[in-house]
Structure formats: C-alpha cells, structure tokens
Design a protein around this ligand. Structure first.
Ligand code: NAP
Ligand code: ZN
Ligand code: ZN
Length: 348
C-alpha cells in the first residue's frame, strides 16, 4: 500500500484538516501520479458540506488533478515515468455497458466510480480525491497533458473545462450562434472561453456587477446583470443556447425565457434545491432543457487537445492547502477569479 498525506472533511461542518490514508498497490493497467496541482470545484464544497445528502466521511475532495507520472503497472502503456498527466471526476466504470463501450463512462448504467465521495469498484475501498500527495488510477481515466500549457491553469480543465465543453459541443455551438452563460465562476469562465473559441456571440449573465470587466477580458461580447429585470426582459427569446453554471438556488425560468425558437438550455449547475418550472415557458419557442454531466474519456482528451491548440487554460489563484477553508468561504461569497488551485507542494 502507498501512504498518502491529504486534507479531509470529517463531517459536514468542521473545517478540512490534515489526514493520512493509503492508496492501493498498482494493478497492471494503473498509473501512479504525484499530484502537483488540484483545483477547487464548487462540487467539493457541496459534498464536503453534504449539500447533496450523499456524503461519506472522511472525505478527501478534489477532482481536478494534474501531476507527474511516478509509477506504472506492468501492462500500463499510455505514459512513461515523468510524463505530465491529468485525472478528473471519475476513475473507473463497469466498462461493459453501452455508454462505457461508447466512451461515455460518466453515464455508465452501473454508475461511474467518482474520484471521491464513493467507493471503488470493489465496493469497499473508499475513493479519495486530489487534495492529496498521490493518486492511483487506471490509465483509461488518466489524460495526456501538453506540457506547453500553464499547469496550474490546466487542473480546472479536468472538471470545469470538460463539464462546459461537452454540452456546448452536444448543442453544436458554431460561429454566429448566440450563447448566454449564467454565473461567472469556475465553470462559467470556461464556458465563456469555449463558446468564444467555437465562434459564438457570447453574453455573460451575472449577479455581480464587479465581474463585467473580467467577462469582457475573457472574451464575452456582452455583459448583463441578471438581477436587472428590464435588461433581462429585453433578452427574452434572444438566444440559441443558455448554459446555466449557477451553483446556488435560483429561478430557472429566468434563463429559460431567454431562449428563441428551439433554443437549448444546458444545465450543469447543481444547487441543492429542485427547480420550479412552468410548462408554458417550456412550450413557447419549443424550448429544450438538457442536463449534462462532465464528459467521457475520449471527449475529455479531445477537450484537452482543443485547449492546447487554442492556448486555453483556466484563470487561477494558486493557494497552499492550508488556505483551503478560507478559499471555500470566498467561493461561497462568489469571490473567486476564477478557480482556486492548490499547489500540492504545500503538503509535502
Ligand atoms: P463557482 O465557481 O462557485 O461559480 C458559481 C457562480 O454562480 C458564482 O460565482 C456566481 O456567479 C453564480 N451564483 C452563485 N450563486 C448564485 C445564485 N444563488 N443565483 C445566481 N447566481 C449565483 O462554482 P463552479 O465550480 O463553477 O460550479 C458551478 C455549479 O456546477 C456547482 O453547482 C457545481 O456543483 C456544478 N458542477 C456540475 C458538474 C456537472 O457535471 N454537471 C460538474 C462540476 C460542477 P456570478 O457572480 O457571476 O453571478
Ligand atoms: Zn467539479
Ligand atoms: Zn458501464
């Protein structure tokens, strides 16, 4: 077994604190990764604080992982020692069902194996995430990273990146499309970058007037305060796509009404409260609501290659692990530009 240092949540209310556990010995197709950087996703907060009512403790959060390959199983072929590699929100799946055979493992009929807050496929080993010094993962769920990219800025691509890239691709966003992104946080700022790179005309819908200049710097063509009822009214039936990356409880209809004929609302944000929705707002313009969960292994590699060719990374604030509880408070105050990333050197 491989001893690992980490930070863990022990219950929904205590601050995260130092924790030690062991990773499994390498299986033939496993890769051992020394973690360099680990992004802080709002899903880490939701789960550390049991906001989805499914938390298992002790919990080591973290599913935006970039590191260096330091060990290989006997049959692992994808990497060599010293390569830079990434790991995201899942680390395994049944590998047999139709979605798994189609490399959409996040929709595995038996359920994917999450990087943390669950169990490995043996149903007994707790899966623990990236706020830790090392991780072991089957090579199928470990991604190649171009070493030309700014590595702290790569970590968030493994969740915030793929979670926004996948639905924008599914909606076939193309030059000339009008796309709105709701919520300028970790996911939202990646959605803006991707939609702009795909050639869309992008509007950022935010509750924070302080983010207007950043939205434009990130490439958004327009910025609208979503609390400004008159401005939102003017945008009714205007967009082809609205991507909802909002973490807190909110009015879904406010965004749905912005869709024009056959427009698509892409829901990726996961607040704890269920939405209320009028069917009248849905039938008008034959609107469509599409949920989307991260992305499969092939699409994740495609997204990372897209980022390398378009020089896209996340805008990050690098922190030591000891700052994690303060960082969580700032995420809740919407005070993040636009992803906290933990430098794992601080734990070594
Ligand atoms: P984040 O960095 O905290 O950003 C969320 C942003 O949403 C905030 O900065 C804020 O932007 C806006 N917001 C927050 N509360 C709001 C409210 N009550 N009403 C309106 N706007 C509000 O979060 P994130 O890491 O990007 O994650 C966003 C959501 O996606 C989370 O719920 C997370 O769990 C979920 N998620 C889903 C998947 C998936 O596979 N579907 C994957 C990863 C994360 P403004 O200041 O601009 O208003
Ligand atoms: Zn995430
Ligand atoms: Zn499966």
């Amino acid at each position: 077994m491989i001893p690992v240092s980490a930070y863990a949540a022990q219950n929904p209310t205590s601050p995260l604190a130092p924790y030690h556990f062991e990773r499994r010995e390498l299986r033939p197709h496993d890769v051992l990764v020394d973690i360099l950087f680990s992004g802080v996703c709002h899903s880490d907060l939701h789960q550390a604080r049991n906001e989805w009512n499914d938390s298992i403790y002790p919990m080591v959060p973290g599913h935006e992982i970039v590191g260096k390959v330091t060990g290989l199983g006997s049959d692992a072929k994808k990497f060599k020692i010293g390569d830079i590699a990434g790991i995201g929100v899942m680390t395994d799946s049944c590998r047999q069902c139709k979605p798994c055979r189609d490399y959409m493992e996040q929709y595995c009929v038996e359920g994917m194996t999450g990087t943390y807050n669950g169990y490995e496929r043996d149903k007994t080993t707790m899966a623990q995430g990236g706020y830790s010094t090392q991780i072991v993962c089957d090579e199928r769920w470990v991604y190649r990273i171009a070493d030309t990219l700014h590595l702290p800025g790569v970590a968030p691509l493994l969740c915030a990146g793929i979670t926004t890239y996948s639905p924008l691709r599914y909606a076939n966003v193309k030059p000339g499309d009008k796309v709105a992104v709701a919520g300028l946080g970790g996911l939202g700022h990646m959605a803006v970058k991707f939609a702009v790179a795909m050639g869309a005309e992008v509007t950022l819908l935010s509750t924070s007037s302080s983010k207007e200049a950043d939205a434009k710097r990130l490439g958004a063509h327009y910025f609208v305060l979503s609390t400004d009822a008159a401005a939102m009214k003017k945008l009714e039936s205007h967009f082809d796509v609205v991507l909802d990356a909002v973490s807190g409880n909110h009015d879904y209809e406010l965004y749905l009404k912005l869709l024009g004929l056959q427009g698509k609302m892409l829901v990726v944000g996961l607040p704890g409260e269920d939405p209320k929705l009028s069917p009248f707002a849905l039938i008008k313009n034959r609107r469509c609501i599409i949920g989307s969960m991260i992305g499969g292994t092939v699409e994740t590699q495609e997204m990372l290659d897209f980022c390398a060719s378009h020089n896209i990374t996340s805008d990050v604030e690098v922190i030591p692990i000891q700052y994690i509880n303060e960082a969580y408070e700032r995420v809740l105050r919407k005070d993040v530009k636009y992803r906290f990333v933990i430098d794992m050197e601080s734990l070594k």
